[in-house]
Design a protein around this ligand. Structure first.
Ligand SMILES: Nc1ncnc2c1ncn2[C@@H]1O[C@H](COP(=O)(O)OP(=O)(O)OP(=O)(O)O)[C@@H](O)[C@H]1O
Ligand SMILES: [Mg+2]
Length: 379
């Protein structure tokens, strides 16, 4: 990956190499061990905690006998697009001049796709105008082709739950049949819609049940994240004390994305010696900027749903949303209406359900900034 020092080391978009990546040592090793033993892995976690980053981190560290390919299904709507994305990912992520690259190129051209080149980065893009049956045959041939190679292949499929939205039926069963006998190709699956991923991999009636090892990605540990923040600031000659780093982590509740955003913004102030007042000023600015978005939640939701969303946000972790104490505290009408609202909010991915270290279930809002903003409001 890139070796030049980037201008702001707290990344909020793409993976840029291990220098800017905090911890995840155990999870990285687990996934690598799985790969080396021919086993697939499924990464499960709430949103924006770092699943995609972890995939990139693993692929970035593969030994030379492994070739990693990252496939993002987010934009795909049917099997034909799955084939296009798969072919494009394989072609664009394999150096064309290598021996393996030439073999791949020959194979794909034999399938007769239309190949165009991305005007921005010059990478090849494949698209097939073929029937549904041919599409299925071609996807099957791609896996069979990869299986025959001397090179070990790792295919990481992100936003995998998208296959549930395809108009074709039982895509998971079909796909599982195509890939379960492969020895040379190992998979990493992940996706941002946790309830759908849990359905695909956690339900005994589903074909992918027990097909891979599940890695549950939790928040990065306090100590590791504190070290990371202090060190990264100091590499650029800025001083952040451990205490300040911990204050920031408390505010972001150690949620990766929100921590990265806050640190990125504090870093951008370019203050040599960062104080409590500095990060707090930046945090306030972030909330102010996001306010429009929060009001759009209100317009999008029924009155009752908005009330429940605010209540869960203010509460932080809500263990018993239907208990009298909770209803009373937030002036909610009945447990039945709260349950109905929770269902809608879960579906809209505004809240999530998770389990604490004692295995107790709780609800929390996804958007940490919304939580902090709600806490300031009297409502
Ligand atoms: N270990 C890490 N160290 C530093 N930054 C990280 C780490 N993991 C992820 N990030 C950053 O945090 C943000 C969110 O991470 P990422 O996109 O990987 O989350 P995700 O779980 O895939 O999210 P989604 O559920 O939306 O798909 C990104 O900006 C990414 O660069
Ligand atoms: Mg992701």
């Amino acid at each position: 990956m890139t070796k030049t020092k980037i201008s702001n080391p707290f990344l909020v978009n793409n993976y840029q190499g291990s220098d800017y990546f905090c911890d995840r040592k155990i999870e990285t090793q687990t996934i690598k061990d799985n790969l080396y033993n021919g086993n697939s892995t499924t990464i499960m976690a709430i949103r924006r905690i770092g699943k995609t980053g972890l995939i990139q981190h693993v692929l970035d560290q593969l030994p030379t006998e492994y070739h990693g390919i990252y496939v993002d299904l987010l934009e795909t709507e049917n099997m034909n697009q799955l084939l296009n994305i798969l072919a494009t990912a394989i072609m664009s992520q394999t150096p064309q001049k290598s021996k393996f690259g030439k073999t791949i190129w020959n194979f794909f051209t034999s399938l007769r796709p239309t190949i165009s080149f991305d005007p921005l980065n010059g990478l090849p893009q494949a698209s097939f105008s073929i029937s549904h049956e041919e599409t299925k045959t071609n996807i099957g041939s791609v896996f069979e082709f990869l299986e025959q190679q001397n090179q070990k292949i790792v295919i990481a499929i992100d936003e995998f739950q998208q296959i549930l939205n395809y108009p074709e039926k039982n895509v998971d069963a079909w796909l599982r049949t195509r890939i379960q006998h492969l020895n040379n190709v190992v998979f990493i699956f992940s996706g941002s819609q946790q309830h759908l991923m849990a359905e695909l991999f956690g339900s005994p009636q589903r074909p992918f049940y027990r097909s891979s090892q599940i890695v549950q990605l939790k928040k990065i540990e306090q100590e590791a994240y504190t070290d990371f923040i202090v060190d990264l600031f100091s590499k650029y000659k800025y001083h952040v004390s451990r205490d300040i780093a911990e204050q920031m982590l408390d505010w972001t509740d150690r949620h990766t994305y929100f921590t990265q955003v806050l640190c990125n913004r504090v870093f951008a102030r370019r203050t040599r010696n960062i104080t409590s007042a500095d990060w707090k000023a930046e945090a306030s600015l972030i909330l102010k900027e996001q306010e429009v978005l929060f009001f759009s939640f209100r317009n999008m939701l029924a009155k009752n749903q908005w009330k429940v969303l605010k209540a869960i946000a203010k509460q932080g972790k809500t263990y018993k949303p239907t208990a009298q104490a909770f209803l009373k505290k937030y002036k909610l009408s009945s447990s039945a209406t709260v349950l109905k609202a929770i269902k809608a909010l879960l579906n809209a991915e505004l809240i999530y359900k998770d389990y604490d270290e004692h295995g107790e279930a709780f609800y929390a809002v996804y958007d940490l900034f919304f939580r902090r903003w709600s806490e300031q409001k009297a409502f």
